[in-house]
Ligand binder design. Sequence first.
Ligand SMILES: Cc1cc2nc3c(=O)[nH]c(=O)nc-3n(C[C@H](O)[C@H](O)[C@H](O)COP(=O)(O)OP(=O)(O)OC[C@H]3O[C@@H](n4cnc5c(N)ncnc54)[C@H](O)[C@@H]3O)c2cc1C
Length: 427
Amino acid sequence: MINRTENMWWATAHPAPPTPALETASTSDVVIIGGGIMGTSAAVRLAASGTQVVVLEAGRIGSGASSTPGGFVVPHFSVGSPREIVARTGEHGSALVRLVGHSADNLFSRVRELGLDCDARQDGWYHPATRAALPRLERTRTEWTDAGFACDLLDAHETTVRTGVEGYQAAWFAPSGGTVHPLRLCQELARAAREKGARVHEHSPVQSITRVPGGYRVDTARGCIKAAKVLVCTNGLAGELVPPLARTLIPMRVWQCASAPIPAEQRRHLFQGGECLSDTRHNLFTYRFDVAGRLITGTFDAFGVDGARAARGMAARLRTMLRLPELPQIPYVWTGTSSISADRLPISLVVDGGILAASSCNARGIALSFAVGEALADHARGAPLPDFPVLDTNKRTTASIQSKLARFYAHFTPLLDWYEERRARNR
Ligand SMILES: Cc1cc2nc3c(=O)[nH]c(=O)nc-3n(C[C@H](O)[C@H](O)[C@H](O)COP(=O)(O)OP(=O)(O)OC[C@H]3O[C@@H](n4cnc5c(N)ncnc54)[C@H](O)[C@@H]3O)c2cc1C
């Protein structure tokens, strides 16, 4: 396990005074539970349309998964190509492909429209491939192009020149991708929602949702709100509120780190703007810089591996992958829990009368959660149900087995990569 030092996003967040906890009984059109990216994007959408909305957040705004990401805004599925997603989700498939394909453009254009100060840079996302992943990369890129989304395929040389990393066979470049400061994104969304009339209560964990005439009563320890619709945007892991959703998710621990600012002359061969990279390996490699030149990277948290060993592994990786003349200091190390759906579909939706709950992650949660929050908000104010696959609760057993195995996944990733590369070489 990694020893946490400090989360860089909190260290560089906007100094936002806490909003008051809920201590009264009142009514609203909609209650949103959870103030992460999904909940705050839904709140802005609702408040902007004149709908009364209250956000109840257990901790501070953004204090869940949304303050832990690398901040990569990625318009792609983490598992599956557009055609595979269509084949698996039938009638919902094309809508999902459109939602995900537009998700980064949607997020960045909303950031511009609302004037959100969150270091957003739409400079593209690179997805470089090893030999084993090359055929899949080429196929997936063709499918996205056929679906109408611009993306380039770079050869090995171009990949090295543009990413600064050697050894990949090719890369797929999605120009609509980019990076944000994820916590500031949440804070700014919450600020924009408040300015448009939303009520936001931090330190207000919801204890129960009860059906009452005309809607639902949502209770915290010291207050309650009655509303016609409830959006549960707790990333699926608040099990007691929507048990079927939580039972189909696999909590996967991931750690991230950020270096001290690296002098420009040492990183001229690496990204210069808001580009980011995540590769095709099981033992995933990711990197980006923030506006101050801090290198941000991370990987799965390996059960039983202490912080010193993990840090040595990461240092070796940075040395070979990024060819930095000297290893930077790493003052920030933090962990987070990602919600992975047992079926690996990008969105899990639960509909129970006027209660809508969704989880949308599988490691592409920034752009997607943002878009899902907006879709839930549109439904709450009268649009048809979003065209998402509704949760298959039979996945419960698989999820509980996968959750036990997930703790050990990181140990096997280098072996899986080695095996697949060997097979690809012998083909
Ligand atoms: C380490 C890590 C790195 C990642 N990197 C990336 C990345 O680079 N790019 C990317 O696209 N995705 C990434 N992800 C995924 C992404 O961060 C998430 O998918 C996204 O932030 C989820 O947003 P959310 O609003 O659904 O959930 P959250 O941010 O978890 O928000 C849920 C909120 O609900 C609140 N809550 C829970 N229970 C209650 C309750 N009972 N009452 C009131 N409030 C409650 C929580 O406090 C929390 O603030 C990463 C995830 C992790 C863990």
